[in-house]
Design a protein around this ligand. Structure first.
Ligand SMILES: [Zn+2]
Length: 328
């Protein structure tokens, strides 16, 4: 049995230990170099958020940026909402009527469904599927309720946030999340948080200081059964893909958790090239099990530079840029 060290890069704080470990590729179903798969230069980005969930960019800008960057295909995967896709379709139609030019970009209808422990991407879903839409409405209600409780809790910490006011600040969003609350703290309660974090703290520090799971007790636990999400995505004729599995599963001791998801019917795993070697054990797992691999950035807008939209650039250095430590 041969063992090959695929990733030899310097270990930095920005990569977890997995980045330098030895990986056995004997059982991989093809000879593709796993490192190339980790950092693949994609012209497709299958994980993009808009202002209809917790992205900070409008769908119009996202489409324009994607076209400018030469992307061939993007999937709009807002949290628990497919609304942005309807708007995207309208933009494409308008473009056709006004410029008579076909948009040189394919837009895939998608969604990122919040379930217990995981986020499941639904790609190529029929957005009109009632079962899927009912499930998404149910999850949005759970999550909005959660954010309402987060606001109440923060108010008891001396940080007065009124949930209804937050909804007015983000009128497009179908689902208020901790990013929105973080933005509010950063921009509307800057004086109040200065005593803890100084002037102009980064979003990362705000989320960790005020909105971590520990700070929020049980308020932020997700309860939705993953099986319901996978079944609803399949009912909508979509592919069910586990988003960023490296964030939920410790590859050293928990890979068996993926077997459970396979048994529930997942179709594939997501690779996020901007996380480089952290993807490695999951790529190998997918190849071994014959699962699909999809590529996405988890783009949330230009304010999140560690998640740049994929457009065929080499992702190797993204997480070693100077701002990496601040945003990680
Ligand atoms: Zn996402």
């Amino acid at each position: 049995m041969t063992t090959e060290t695929l990733i030899k890069g310097d270990k930095t704080d920005d990569f977890q230990e997995i980045g330098t470990q030895e990986v056995n590729i004997q059982n991989a179903q093809n000879n593709a170099k796993l490192e190339d798969l980790c950092f693949k230069n994609e012209k497709r980005d299958f994980h993009i958020h808009t202002a209809f969930s917790d992205g900070f960019d409008l769908i119009e800008n996202i489409v324009a940026t994607a076209v400018k960057n030469g992307l061939e295909e993007i999937a709009i995967t807002d949290h628990d909402s497919t609304k942005a896709y309807d708007v995207a379709r309208y933009i494409i139609k308008k473009e056709l009527y006004t410029n008579k030019n076909k948009l040189p970009l394919k837009i895939v209808p998608g969604v990122e469904v919040t379930v217990k422990k995981y986020h499941i991407l639904g790609l190529y879903v029929d957005t009109k599927c009632e079962e899927l839409q009912n499930l998404l409405a149910e999850i949005r209600a759970i999550n909005n309720e959660k954010s309402k409780k987060r606001c109440e809790k923060l108010t008891t910490f001396g940080l007065p946030i009124v949930y209804e006011a937050l909804r007015e600040v983000f009128p497009l969003s179908k689902r208020i999340s901790k990013f929105h609350i973080g933005w509010y703290l950063q921009n509307c309660l800057a004086n109040e948080i200065e005593k803890d974090l100084g002037k102009n703290p980064p979003m990362f520090a705000i989320l960790q200081t005020y909105l971590s799971k520990e700070k929020m007790d049980k308020l932020v636990e997700d309860v939705m059964d993953p099986k319901r999400a996978i079944d609803a995505i399949h009912k909508a004729k979509g592919l069910a893909i586990v988003a960023h599995p490296f964030k939920q599963i410790n590859p050293k001791i928990e890979m068996y958790e993926l077997d459970k998801l396979v048994a529930l019917g997942i179709d594939g795993l997501e690779v996020q090239p901007n996380y480089g070697p952290e993807n490695l054990p999951f790529i190998k797992y997918a190849l071994d099990k014959g699962l699909k691999l999809t590529y996405g950035s988890d783009y949330h807008g230009p304010d999140f530079p560690l998640r740049p939209m994929l457009y065929g650039q080499d992702m190797r250095n993204v997480r070693t840029l100077p701002f990496a430590k601040v945003y990680r």
